[in-house]
Every structure is written in C-alpha cells, then in structure tokens.
Design a protein around this ligand. Structure first.
Ligand code: MLC
Ligand code: AMP
Length: 492
C-alpha cells in the first residue's frame, strides 16, 4: 500500500482523523504508524505476511495500527467489537494470528486468547521508537483478511492484496469526486469494507478528513452534522431509517436546522443492502438528496454504482465502476440474453485473491474463465442494473450485516432443549430482513428470551433471532429438505 502512504506525504499538515474529540494530522498518522510498525517487527525487517489481529474502537489508534501492519509487511485482521469470545477465538485460530493487539477496554475480554498467539499487547503499552521505516511492499502481497458468512460452514476469511485495495479505493475516489476538502463522518463498524474502504481509506487517499463516532447513535450523528464541517456521509439503509425516525421526533425548528445543513452536503451514499424506495423518498424530503445507491461485497469492494453526477434511479444500483467488468450469467455460467435475469459475475483488479486457507472454496467461487460469482441475482433494465435477490435463501442481510442462516441453526442445535430448527430472514423495513427461527423442542414450552441470552455467548447480537415459533416439524419438500420459503410465510 505504498501509494496510500505516498499520498499521505502530500498532505502532511492536513487533518486526517478526528476521534474522541481530538484531531490528528497526516504527519501524526505517518509517525505513529512508523513507531508501531517497529514495535510489531521486533527487530525483523519484514513481517512477511504474519497475521496481526486487533480489537480497537474506530479511532486514530485503529488507523495507525492498520497502517503499521501494512507498512511492516503484515496482514491486518480487524476484529469485531460485538463478537463474543467464541467468534473471536474462531478468527484468531483460523488466521493463525501471530499477534493480538487491543485497546484497554478489551483487555479482560481478550485475556483467554493471549495464549493462542505468540504475543499480544495493549496498544497503550507499545513503546515509542523514533526511527524511519522504508520497507517497499509489493502490491501483489496480501494486506487484509475480513470475515464473511457463506452458505457452507463457518465464516470465511476474504484475503485482499494491496493492489485489490488500491483498485477498490481509486474507482470510488474518481467515481464519486473525492477531494482533500472532504470531511466524512464514520459510524460504521471497522471490520467490513464499507467502513474500512469506502469511508476511511477513500478519505485518507484523498487527503480528506475522516471523523469517527465510536458507535452509531442518531443524536450524535445529527450533533456532529450541526457543527457544519462534515460534507460526506455513507451508511447502510437501516441507519438512514433510524435517522429518519429520529428526525421526525425533533421540533419543527430543529428539523429545519438539520435539513438546511444536510442540503449543503456534497454526497450521501447508501449501500450494503437494498435501499427501500420509501427510505430514499423520506430522506430526500429531509435532506434534499437522492441517496447514491451502490452495490458491493467483501470479496470485491464496490462493483456497481449509481452515477455521482447524472440522474440516480431509485431501486436500481447503476452501472459498473471504472475498471470493473460485470456480466449476468445463468446457472451454467453462460451470459444471459439482454433483459433476462442472471447472477452478477465480476472481473477486475478489485476482486479478492482467495479465501484464507480454503482453496476449494476459492475455486468454487470463480468460473473457469475467472469470473467471480457473487450469488446476487439481477436484471439489466433502463440502462442500469437492478438487484432481484440472492441465489440462496440461507444468506440473510440484516442491518447491513451478511448472516448465514446455517450458522445460526448450528448454534441453536447446541441448546439441550432444541432438537431441530430452521432459520430464515423475513422482510423488514427497518432491518432489511429480520432473523426468525422455528424450533422443534423436546419439552412443552421454551423460554425464547432465555434462548436468546444463551445464544449471545456463541453469536454476536446482530445474529440473534428476533422472532421464534415452536413447531412439531419443519415444512419439508418430498426430498425431506426444509422449504425455507414456506417457513418464511409463517412469520409474515
Ligand atoms: C441490533 N438489533 C437488532 C439487530 N441488530 N434487531 C433486529 N435485527 C438486527 N439485525 C437490536 C439490538 O438487539 C438492540 O435491541 C438494539 O437493536 C440496539 O443494538 P445495537 O447493537 O446497539 O444496534 P445498533 O448499534 O443500533 O446497530 C444498528 C446498526 C448496525 C445499523 C448501526 O447494525 C450496523 O452498524 N450495521 C452496519 C453493518 C455494516 O457495516 N455492514 C457492511 C458490510 S460490508 P435491544 O432491544 O436489545 O435494545 C458489505 C459490502 C457493501 O455489505 O456493499 O458495503
Ligand atoms: P458482504 O458479504 O457483507 O460484503 O455483503 C455483500 C452483499 O450485500 C452482496 O452480495 C449483496 O447481497 C448485498 N448488497 C450490497 N449492496 C447492495 C445493494 N445496494 N442492494 C442490494 N444488496 C446489496
């Protein structure tokens, strides 16, 4: 990622990051990441692809550490604050992380993991070393592993190279008119591409400022906007939904104040899940902006986007970004005739390298000709793409998170009173999809609240079912397979 740092050299005294009310310049970022890189290297000249896992709130420190890992030749593995120990352990073991770095609020939570790595340290304890760092990292080298849920087994580690990341950043900075005058507010979790690439890395590539909120909170978002320096915002549809609800509860004067500030924004983007037209329309009334909807995935960053400059079409995701090639294909991986629906398949320098330690899964996700198979079904109409759904009912999108129904089912089956279960995502205006579970149990009744509490030790809160039903048996087809679409109807 030499270019990201080379870019930073151009903007030395500009503000790069604002976190916990403090401003940090590009020079601060360069020198802190140099110090940390030396600390991580421990006398070596190159981390040679060692995985460095870290759990830090979205902040200057998070960013400096990520840059340090990249600059020292390591692979960054950002962990999720909301994950219980079981999920964190899985990632540490799966990546065979050499080192675990954390900020002090996570020290106790991570204590049991320290023996699984060669060394771990509290970020605050990293000794400062005033040395220069001049390691040239080849762009083909792996840079980042982000975990994503799939239709089989446990979450997979998506490996992207420095080159992939650079391609993902530059297609967006060019396509969406980023400049050093921009100031973006980040409210997203920092273990997914939306926060890491679209918000943080695009800002830093451009010499712009990225301001962090430690977590999403509607009031804090509007308070930040009220200071009138932020001019770019990106979020998942659920966040826009929540902001609309909050805005509606404000007094008329407050509503007018917020709306007049929002109207001055340069850009507002929605993605990671389908943007309901009702949310687009409501936000347009509040902010004067037609949200720019785009489509992406952990494995490829952003691929398709509505236009920054021209008309945006509600309910549609637009056209391929610069450098990205897209086609729609049938089940035999043959391109479909124009106007027919098909799976979105993608080629380009933005597409990931591999699933970590899973060569078979990597091979299965590409066609023989090297197209990445997204699993999303779309149609090309009105000169742009429109998403119709996914080719698997077992993938749920809730709050912008991708969730595997099978992973939740596997966890539920570990409960002593649950014999069998079926998990589905049911359409929901606020969350996109709501996770619902049907349970077959070996007693008369079951305390669903207690089940959710128990499940939280195995899964993060966003993977916990919100509705349960008890059934004698699950709906099945003649082959005995659970018919998830039938199951969904029971919750609607
Ligand atoms: C949380 N809650 C849910 C829920 N998640 N209820 C239903 N469904 C869900 N999915 C409930 C909690 O139980 C709690 O309720 C209350 O909401 C607050 O919980 P929280 O954890 O504090 O939620 P909050 O912080 O408000 O989270 C909402 C959110 C979050 C929208 C901010 O989901 C989020 O950050 N989503 C973004 C995910 C993201 O970045 N995806 C990008 C992936 S990359 P109670 O009753 O207990 O108080 C990708 C590629 C691309 O997709 O294209 O970008
Ligand atoms: P993730 O694996 O978390 O990166 O999620 C990627 C998935 O999010 C894609 O495969 C799509 O299913 C979904 N997605 C992203 N953007 C959009 C969008 N604008 N509309 C509909 N679905 C989207």
């Amino acid at each position: 990622m030499k270019n990201l740092f080379a870019q930073a050299q151009k903007h030395k005294s500009r503000i790069a990051i604002i976190s916990t009310g403090q401003s940090y310049s590009y020079t601060d970022l360069i020198s802190k990441s140099t110090e940390l890189a030396h600390f991580l290297l421990r006398g070596r000249t190159d981390l040679n692809g060692a995985r460095i896992a870290f759990l830090m709130p979205p902040s200057f420190e998070y960013t400096a550490l990520m840059w340090a890992i990249w600059r020292a030749g390591g692979i960054a593995v950002p962990l999720c604050e909301k994950h219980p120990l079981a999920s964190l352990t899985y990632v540490i073991e799966d990546t065979q992380a050499e080192c675990l770095v954390y900020s002090k609020e996570f020290k106790n939570k991570l204590e049991p993991l320290s023996e699984k790595v060669t060394y771990s340290f509290d970020f605050e304890e990293a000794e400062s070393q005033n040395i220069t760092l001049d390691l040239a990292i080849k762009k083909e080298r792996s840079a980042l592993i982000l975990y994503t849920s799939g239709t089989t087994g446990n979450p997979k580690g998506v490996v992207t190279t420095h080159q992939n990341i650079e391609a993902q950043i530059t297609s967006l900075t060019r396509g969406w008119g980023w400049s050093k005058e921009d100031h973006i507010l980040n409210v997203l979790p920092m273990h997914h591409v939306h926060g890491i690439i679209n918000v943080l890395s695009c800002a830093l590539w451009s010499g712009a400022c990225c301001e962090f909120l430690s977590r999403f909170d509607s009031k804090k978002v509007f308070d930040s906007f009220s200071r009138e320096s932020i001019n770019v915002f990106m979020a998942v549809p659920t966040i826009y939904y929540k902001l609309i609800v909050f805005w509606k509860e404000l007094s008329l004067t407050e509503q007018e104040e917020i709306s007049s500030i929002l109207k001055k924004f340069r850009l507002m983007v929605s993605g990671s899940a389908a943007l309901p037209v009702s949310v687009l329309e409501a936000w347009k009334k509040i902010s004067g902006h037609v949200l720019l909807e785009r489509y992406g995935m952990t494995e490829m960053g952003m691929a398709i986007s509505n236009s920054y400059r021209a008309k945006r079409i509600p309910g549609h995701i637009g056209l391929p970004l610069e450098g990205v090639t897209v086609r729609l294909a049938d089940e035999q991986n043959q391109p479909v005739k124009e106007g027919n629906q098909g799976e979105i398949q993608v080629k380009g320098p933005n597409v990931f390298k591999e699933y970590w330690n899973k060569p078979k899964a990597t091979q299965a996700t590409f066609t023989k000709e090297g197209w990445f198979k997204t699993g999303d079904i779309a149609v090309f109409e009105n000169n742009c793409y429109r998403i119709l759904g996914r080719n698997s009912v077992d993938i749920i999108k809730s709050g912008g998170y991708k969730i595997s129904a099978l992973e939740i089912e596997e966890a539920l089956r570990k409960h002593p009173d649950i014999k069998e279960c079926g998990v589905v995502g049911v359409p929901d205006e606020e969350w996109g999809e709501l996770i619902c579970a049907s349970l077959i149990v070996n007693k008369e009744t079951l305390d669903f609240k207690a089940v959710s509490t128990w499940l939280k030790s195995l899964l993060p809160s966003y993977k916990i079912p919100r509705k349960y039903i008890l059934q004698e048996d699950l709906p099945r087809n003649v082959m005995g397979k659970v018919t998830k679409n039938e199951l969904k109807k029971l919750f609607i």
